[in-house]
Ligand binder design. Structure first.
Ligand SMILES: *[C@@H]1O[C@H](CO)[C@@H](O)[C@H](O)[C@H]1NC(C)=O
Ligand SMILES: *[C@@H]1O[C@H](CO)[C@@H](O)[C@H](O)[C@H]1NC(C)=O
Length: 356
């Protein structure tokens, strides 16, 4: 393929096939993705010297371990791969130093297929895929709350400090159902102050009480958890995490202890969020709300569309049941889904199983 053709048709090359089985156990759908264009640093970006790919024993670029790189972590699975691809594209497209971004993906299954999918659409991406053993966390998920939406990989964000190498000391964690429309460097530069382990947009008008059960609040030794803390709700889909402080404080164990407790006494209804609130709410560093315009998923079932919250927008997050790709496919998009569509790298998908 000639260089000029690459330049003119960067989105049409080397698709790969992924079989996905969705939560309703429908036949697998085959997805093919386009290749994204290459993105380049602007001249004033810090130079990260890649000493002949020295650090990675398997020839991976040393930027994955550099403290001058901007580290981003996301999960990878077949059900959300289309969202993840769009999120990656949006991060690169709005970054002034895209070549200085290192992606750390966590996958619990099909890791080699997912790795191949990412590198075929983003051949220049600095990334590594970390295997996540979801049997260890499955043991901790109380069966009563487990559902299709509450898969073990949702809990991977609690294990980043262990999964990512010790040389990575700060990471931006992102969910797969979002796109950025601003430079991620601004989010990554959030000051964590002297004590905070993580930063996220806080919502102090939300009813914090409702995230934990009445049995939690009526038990004095439990509700004391929030004594001297001005606890506010935050969404765990966008977080800046100081991994060094996390490791020092062993916060993974603190989260697991609440999950163990939940198995004995029901203290919350939702899945991976409440343990984060129990450990961190009231002690996080605030981030401007523009960095998580969440809830845009609304509710697929009732066909509810959400509007943006007031104020500027740097990140759009389709949290909630509805996902923009599903609504676009069904020809029933919400108005804001049009803002996700430009990042969709899907080239082609079968409407039926190929092997049936
Ligand atoms: C792995 O891929 C197979 C088919 O390719 C799919 O049925 C299965 O659900 C995938 N597993 C996960 C956890 O994504
Ligand atoms: C907050 O939520 C709790 C539990 O769901 C409820 O009892 C309480 O009335 C709510 N408070 C407000 C101000 O809405």
């Amino acid at each position: 393929m000639s260089k000029s053709l690459l330049f003119h048709f960067p989105l049409l090359l080397f698709p790969i096939v992924v079989a996905i089985a969705n939560a309703t156990a429908a036949p697998p759908v085959v997805l093919q993705f386009k290749e994204a264009p290459e993105f380049y640093n602007s001249p004033d970006c810090p130079l990260i010297i890649d000493k002949d790919h020295e650090s990675g024993s398997d020839g991976e670029p040393s930027i994955l371990c550099s403290d001058r790189a901007l580290h981003v972590s996301m999960t990878l699975d077949t059900a959300y791969i289309r969202g993840t691809m769009a999120a990656i594209l949006s991060v690169l497209q709005h970054s002034s130093c895209p070549q200085n971004i290192a992606f750390h993906f966590v996958a619990s299954a099909n890791a080699s297929l997912l790795r191949a999918t990412v590198s075929s659409s983003f051949p220049y991406l600095n990334f590594h895929v970390y295997p996540f053993d979801d049997t260890s966390v499955s043991r901790l998920i109380s069966t009563s709350i487990r559902s299709a939406l509450d898969c073990p990989l949702n809990y991977a964000r609690s294990y980043l400090a262990n999964l990512l190498p010790p040389c990575v000391n700060r990471v931006v964690y992102l969910d797969s159902d979002l796109v950025l429309v601003d430079d991620i460097a601004k989010l990554a530069a959030t000051q964590l102050g002297d004590n905070s382990v993580l930063a996220a947009p806080e919502y102090c008008n939300a009813n914090f009480t409702s995230y934990l059960t009445p049995s939690f609040w009526s038990n004095p030794s439990l509700s004391l958890t929030f004594a001297n803390r001005k606890a506010c709700y935050f969404n765990t889909g966008v977080m800046v995490i100081d991994l060094d402080r996390w490791r020092e404080g062993d916060y993974t164990t603190k989260i697991e202890e609440w999950m163990e407790f939940q198995k004995r006494m029901r203290i919350y209804e939702l899945g991976s969020l409440p343990p984060f609130l129990l450990v961190f709410a009231g002690n996080i560093a605030p981030v401007d709300h523009r960095w998580n315009q969440h809830g845009l998923g609304g509710d697929n079932f009732r066909g509810l569309c959400r509007d943006l919250h007031r104020g500027p927008v740097s990140l759009l997050h389709w949290s909630g049941k509805g996902k923009p790709w599903a609504r676009l496919d069904a020809n029933r998009p919400c108005p804001l889904d049009a803002l996700w569509a430009p990042y969709d790298l899907l080239r082609w998908q079968t409407p039926f199983a190929l092997d049936s």
